[in-house]
Design a protein around this ligand. Structure first.
Ligand SMILES: [Zn+2]
Ligand SMILES: [Zn+2]
Ligand SMILES: [Zn+2]
Length: 172
């Protein structure tokens, strides 16, 4: 288990947390987040009951370097889960700020785990997504932040996405 000293004393970082020790994560306060919660705590904090399938899917998303489709999740789970259950788990994760959805080049939904700052109906995934046109994989580019845009008067911005396309490291 990683550990780090913070202002509140000794903090433990969950092994396998995709974000490692510090998340470069931009919010109005400009602070970095530390991933200190267990997956059980994360589920509860996001208003979800702890179930084996939810735990397994959350773990999988956090360990994955790329966004996963429902079929990817289905294949990677140690025990078979039925499709309807999996669909609901992914949907609940998206609704509750545990995962965000990105479409791949074929229009199939892929899911990636969220930074700790996301909450129910409020996503702050301000990074670009890279879609590989060769293998179809989708990556979160956490170091590439969305540019600030100013939109004309009278428009209300609710979401912005930055999709980049090209060849991924494995295909280039
Ligand atoms: Zn999110
Ligand atoms: Zn590729
Ligand atoms: Zn992402």
């Amino acid at each position: 288990m990683f550990s780090s000293k913070g202002s509140s004393g000794r903090l433990h970082v969950q092994p396998g947390c995709k974000y490692g020790l510090f998340v470069p994560f931009v919010q109005h306060s400009g602070i970095n987040y530390l991933c200190t919660m267990t997956n059980e705590e994360r589920l509860r904090n996001h208003g979800l009951r702890v179930t084996d399938t939810r735990m397994a899917v959350l773990d999988l998303l956090q360990r994955s370097s790329k966004a996963l489709s429902q079929a990817d999740v289905e294949r990677a789970l140690p025990e078979q889960a039925d499709r309807v259950t999996l669909f609901r788990v992914l949907q609940a994760f998206e609704e509750n700020g545990l995962a965000h959805r990105v479409q791949d080049t074929k229009g199939v939904a892929r899911y990636a785990s969220c930074a700790p700052g996301c909450s129910t109906h409020k996503h702050h995934d301000v990074h670009a997504h890279f879609r590989c046109t060769d293998c179809g994989d989708v990556y979160c580019l956490e170091s590439v932040l969305l540019p600030k845009v100013s939109i004309p008067k009278g428009f209300t911005l609710k979401e912005s996405h930055l999709q980049l396309e090209g060849s991924c490291k494995a295909c280039a």
